[in-house]
Each structure stands twice: as structure tokens, then as C-alpha cells.
Design a protein around this ligand. Structure first.
Ligand SMILES: [Zn+2]
Length: 178
């Protein structure tokens, strides 16, 4: 049985977990959830371990910190005055990795949405959520069309193969009956 101390501790831990819900990424997650989107988080089987994965829409979302990922023309991305070279190089490496991850995901047929942390601040949240939601839906529509075309092409291929076999067999029969 947990003693009182453990219970209090657990309560505090829960409170701590709850307080992280102000984190930009969680704000976006909750908003998408409320809109009815269902997703996996931090899928380690996908390149770059995307923050939010929406399989039904073949879409992944990354929430990027403006500083670490070098958000261009953003007031939250200012290169520190000291160790400038170090920081510039570090952010450049992160950006190169982001590009690589993006390329790998798109090669696997995933659409990638990047959301910057500054876009999830209170004043921008609603607009950002609306944009992300419509992008997800659009990606889902494209994905469905691609799937349907793929299915059509596959069905056609199978049909042609079957017809070819039938032709071959009837030819064979004719030859044998000669
Ligand atoms: Zn930013």
C-alpha cells in the first residue's frame, strides 16, 4: 500500500506533468485531438522521430524550437554574442539534419509539416492550428487519391496478366490440337 508521502509525491508529479501542458508541442497535440485527429507521438520507427504522426493522413508534424532549428527572421532566433561561431555551426548542423529527415520521410511517402514554437504562442495558436488542420486534411486527400491510383494500376496489371495467361493457354491448346 502506498503511504501518504507517496500519494502526495504522486500528486505533485501529476501536477508537474500537467504543468508541462503549456509546452507548445502539447498545446498543438491537444488542439488537434479536440478537432478529432488521432495520432501517435514520437514514433521512433520513423526518421527523425516525428513529434506527431497521423497515419490516416500519411502526415507527420514536427514542432521546432525557433532557436535550435534556426527559424529564419524570427525574433526568437538570435545568435548569441559570445561563442557565435559555435552556435551558428550548431544550428546549421540541426538544419542539415532536419533537411535529411524531411527528405527520408518524403521518400517514404510521408508529408511533413513543420510548426515553429513561436507560431504556438497564444496570439498565433488558433491560426496555426487551423492551418495545420487544413494541411493535414489536404495531405490525407492526396494520400487517398494516390492510394486509389495505385490500386487501379495494380488491378489493371493483374487483369492484363490474367488475360495474357488465358491467351497463352488457348494458343497452346490450338497448337496441341494441330
Ligand atoms: Zn520562430
Amino acid at each position: 500500500m502506498p503511504d501518504n508521502h507517496t500519494l502526495v509525491q504522486r500528486h505533485l508529479n501529476m501536477a508537474a506533468i500537467h504543468s508541462t501542458s503549456t509546452k507548445p508541442e502539447l498545446k498543438l497535440r491537444f488542439a488537434l485531438w479536440r478537432l478529432g485527429f488521432r495520432y501517435r507521438i514520437n514514433d521512433k520507427h520513423l526518421p527523425g522521430r516525428p513529434d506527431i504522426v497521423l497515419p490516416k493522413y500519411r502526415t507527420v508534424v514536427f514542432v521546432h524550437g525557433c532557436f535550435w532549428h534556426g527559424h529564419k527572421d524570427c525574433k526568437y532566433y538570435t545568435v548569441p554574442k559570445s561563442n557565435t561561431d559555435f552556435w551558428v555551426a550548431k544550428v546549421a548542423r540541426n538544419q542539415a539534419r532536419d533537411q535529411e529527415v524531411w527528405r527520408k520521410l518524403e521518400a517514404k511517402g510521408w508529408s511533413v509539416i513543420i510548426v515553429w514554437e513561436c507560431q504556438l504562442k497564444k496570439a498565433n495558436l488558433e491560426e496555426t492550428v487551423a492551418r495545420v488542420a487544413s494541411e493535414i486534411i489536404r495531405n490525407g486527400e492526396i494520400y487517398r487519391v494516390v492510394q486509389e491510383e495505385r490500386k487501379k494500376a495494380r488491378d489493371e496489371y493483374l487483369r492484363e496478366r490474367k488475360e495474357r495467361k488465358e491467351r497463352e493457354q488457348s494458343l497452346l491448346k490450338e497448337v496441341k490440337s494441330l
